[in-house]
Design a protein around this ligand. Structure first.
Ligand code: ZN
Length: 181
């Protein structure tokens, strides 16, 4: 749960990050930035600000703005009916991103949120800088974290059905509740 003030402030900061990263935003887009706390109530630590650029039945493109050391919790995109599950390519536009997937443990620069070791199981770290991109096949677990200055990245994927995403942390609720709404 976040407050209306937190949401507005997070949108404002995200818009600054996005513009700093070189994105042009239309006048009404700032208010459309999704502020996700993943139901964990600690937006600064675990959360993301997401601007959907394209969303059709088949494809999706999003710009994700993350504040300093903000972490997007470990998740995967499961199959649904005839859909194999979302495949996703992320590309860093600005800042540094520590991206974690399966593979040998190389965690070095990223920091697992305190007390959350059990729900951040992917420990293979890729340090991504502007221009770097990485592909996640359907159902591949991943999580990522912005560096100390924050980060802006793109996510290009097959259709995003965020509500179906599966998270390792059972405490996650994908819909962010805004107090007073
Ligand atoms: Zn994902």
């Amino acid at each position: 749960m976040i407050t209306v003030e937190q949401k507005t402030e997070a949108q404002r900061r995200a818009a600054i990050l996005l513009r700093t990263a070189g994105l042009a935003l239309a006048a009404n887009e700032e208010a459309g930035i999704e502020v996700a706390d993943f139901g964990l109530g600690n937006l600064e630590r675990e959360g993301a600000q997401i601007l959907t650029l394209v969303q059709t039945e088949r494809i999706s493109a999003k710009a994700i703005a993350m504040t300093a050391s903000q972490t997007l919790p470990e998740h995967w995109h499961p199959p649904m009916g005839t859909d194999l599950g979302k495949e996703e390519t992320v590309r860093v536009q600005w800042g540094t991103v520590f991206f974690f997937t399966e593979g040998p443990e190389t965690l070095q620069s990223g920091v697992i949120p305190v007390g959350k070791e059990e729900v951040y199981t992917m420990r293979h770290e890729t340090v991504m800088r502007p221009g770097d991109q990485l592909y996640c096949r359907p159902a591949q677990k991943h999580w990522f974290q912005a560096g100390e200055e924050g980060a802006v990245l793109f996510s290009f994927s097959s259709a995003a059905r965020d509500i179906l995403d599966m998270f390792t942390d059972p405490a996650v609720g994908r819909v962010t509740l805004v107090k007073g709404n």
